[in-house]
Design a protein around this ligand. Structure first.
Ligand code: G6P
Length: 614
């Protein structure tokens, strides 16, 4: 989720690159940098932190030249510091690369380069690419020929751009897989490159999209597009009609809607590199240091998270207990930190936090640590306080989440919990290898299934518009989708300002039934799983009391229509994975109810994205 820009033309590149980066700052903001090439020299300027820091660096030490690339980083491999900021250069400092995505096989590629004497300056997966290019350029190849030789050897997801003092006046861009955009902007006697439309709109509205497996060779005089074999492609030009504001949201009305639609891609990003192909075992990167012996010695897990992260934690309990047979408690951090908790030897405390800065979560982690627990955090923001405090880290790879209401971070928390529960089960021998392999295959199918749910949006929107005036809502679920009911109600409350309550459907008769009448929409998650029959009886109880039931049900469930007034369909998957699908229509429903009411969806009243005060 980094931002990429490039310029080749007659003007000074630096101000144009800085302006483009400014428009992409929402994509990543832990460091930034530029590489500008002129008269056989490559100038690099980089800075940790927000773009203002880079602006201060270039103000003191400007870089001249009319061809260059720039990058704003959202860290995936390596801490967010200047050393890991892009662009990365080869040993001679003549060629530079910027990258958006994850290169899965970088370690395998790095080893022979180190053996050959290449010097690596960063901890990133990216740097390996520029050293590979360096070797190719030694044989006198053009920059595009070097890229054509190197890029196909990379596994994973990547949008890449290169400049080299050895091949002046040229930017070569490449894209592998669907992750990360590469867009060429066509000007008059000058041409541009960007990962996103907003960086281009000031200069041109005529663009071409570089598709996976394609390359672009950009100079002031023109742009050539190549396929993997180096054959020239004819590319269509598209005219962009968006304004700059809607462009930052990729044309979506709100960041929340954009982030909901990003889920298939960010789930794919999260899954990248996390299964060892030979053994079929889940692997995490070096930030998870738990050894197999330590995993076997675990006797209890406490999961902590605030708000939406707390509901992900509850799903985690169901998963870990089922697959790894370790007793789990889920705790509210603001309670845990003050209630004298018991921590035993062999206990793991897991925090889930998108921002890594939520003060109650951090304080609860501190409390656990003080009492001797090992700390693992599932976090989205690399370099955040939670990632620095924890012994072990699993990154969400969801990219920056701008909307206050968390959606894609929640989905990636679930996906990382699936992987982690399987990881534990595989190492503790509690997961049958065949069943584990099948489950993992289904995890990898989630992006496609989430995409199918997103295609139901027009129906969900119509449903939301029918119910947008209701003052109260009830959400029901059982088993692993009990937390989904809580999260659905939570989202509706925070966005629409209506009252909504989520409950375990089995608890209705102990109080909630008293609320049911014809004015209360009841959203019930009724999937064909181990709780199906029980859920059907629960919604029949609602119907008997004149309540309107909106069921989230499986595609091929014919019985449901007789039991619910309205039905939202989701594809069938393994029961344990179903929360990742069932939550998507609930997020869309909350979004459309709130939007229909005219609320500020991205910044609901009285709420903040990262709650850094008690
Ligand atoms: C705030 C946000 C929620 C988020 C919660 C936890 O309340 O509004 O969207 O779920 O904090 O944030 P964290 O960054 O710790 O996941």
């Amino acid at each position: 989720m980094c931002g990429i820009v490039g310029y080749a033309g007659p003007q000074q590149a630096l101000p144009l690159l800085m302006d483009g980066l400014k428009r992409l700052e929402y994509r990543g903001y832990d460091s930034a940098g530029v590489a500008i090439q002129h008269d056989g020299v490559l100038e690099i300027r980089r800075a940790e932190g927000k773009l203002a820091n880079l602006a201060a660096v270039v103000a003191k030490s400007p870089a001249a030249g009319a061809t260059g690339i720039g990058h704003t980083r959202w860290a995936t491999h390596g801490r967010p510091n200047e050393q890991n900021a892009h662009p990365h250069v080869d040993c001679g400092g003549v060629t530079a690369v910027i990258h958006n995505g994850i290169i899965e096989n970088f370690e395998a590629l790095k080893k022979p380069l180190v053996d050959k004497g290449h010097r690596f300056m960063s901890e990133t997966d990216t740097e390996v690419v520029v050293h590979l290019i360096e070797d190719e350029l030694k044989s006198g190849k053009s920059l595009e020929d070097a890229a054509l030789a190197v890029v196909p050897t990379l596994e994973g997801a990547a949008a890449l751009a290169f400049v080299s003092a050895k091949d002046p006046g040229k930017i070569v861009a490449a894209r592998i897989s669907n992750a990360g955009g590469v867009i060429v902007g066509h000007g008059e006697g000058e041409n541009y490159l960007a990962s996103d439309i907003p960086a281009l709109l000031e200069h041109t509205r005529t663009v071409s999209y570089v598709e996976p497996g394609e390359f672009a060779v950009i100079t002031a005089g023109g742009v050539r597009f190549l396929d993997r074999a180096g054959t020239q492609l004819e590319k269509a030009k598209t005219t962009i009609t968006w304004d700059t504001v809607s462009a930052a949201k990729s044309g979506y009305k709100h960041f929340m809607l954009k982030e909901i639609h990003e889920q298939p891609r960010v789930i794919s990003d999260t899954l990248l590199g996390r299964v060892d192909r030979a053994s079929g075992r889940v692997v995490f990167d070096a930030d998870l240091k738990l050894t197999d012996d330590a995993v076997r010695a675990l006797d209890r897990i406490t999961l902590l998270g605030c708000g939406t992260a707390g509901y992900a934690a509850l799903v985690g309990k169901y998963l870990i207990e089922r697959l790894a047979r370790i007793p789990c408690d889920v705790e509210i951090p603001s309670e845990y930190r003050y209630r004298d908790p018991v921590v035993t030897k062999g206990q793991l405390v897991i925090s889930l936090t998108q921002s890594g800065e939520t003060v109650d979560t951090l304080a609860a982690m501190e409390e656990g640590k003080k009492r001797g627990a090992r700390l693992l955090t599932f976090v989205n923001v690399m370099g955040s306080q939670a990632s620095r405090m924890a012994d072990d880290v699993i990154y969400l790879h969801a990219g920056p989440e701008i909307s206050v209401a968390s959606t894609k971070a929640y989905s990636t928390m679930l996906v990382d919990l699936y992987l982690f529960a399987i990881f534990l089960g595989q190492r503790r021998g509690t997961l049958d290898p065949t069943a584990g392999g099948k489950l993992l295959a289904e995890v990898f199918h989630l992006p496609t299934l989430v995409d199918a749910v997103l295609r139901e949006e027009p129906k969900i929107k119509a449903l939301a518009y029918r119910h947008h005036q209701a003052k109260d809502f009830l959400y029901l679920g059982r088993g692993v989708n009990y937390p989904t009911a809580l999260e659905g109600a939570h989202k509706l409350k925070e966005l629409s300002y209506s009252h909504a309550e989520g409950t375990a459907a089995g608890e209705m008769k102990h109080g909630i039934n008293a609320l049911i009448d014809e004015s209360l929409p009841v959203v019930a998650i009724v999937l064909q799983d181990s709780t199906y029959k029980k859920m059907l009886s629960n919604i029949q109880e609602v119907r008997a009391r004149a309540g309107a039931v909106i069921a989230v049900a499986n595609d091929d469930d014919e019985e449901i229509a007789q039991n619910a007034s309205e039905v939202i369909r989701v594809p069938k998957t393994n029961e344990l994975l179903s929360p990742a699908l069932a939550v998507v229509p609930l997020h869309l429903f909350a979004y459309h109810v709130a939007d229909r009411r005219g609320n500020d969806v991205d910044q609901p009243r009285n709420l903040a994205k990262a709650v850094t005060v008690e």
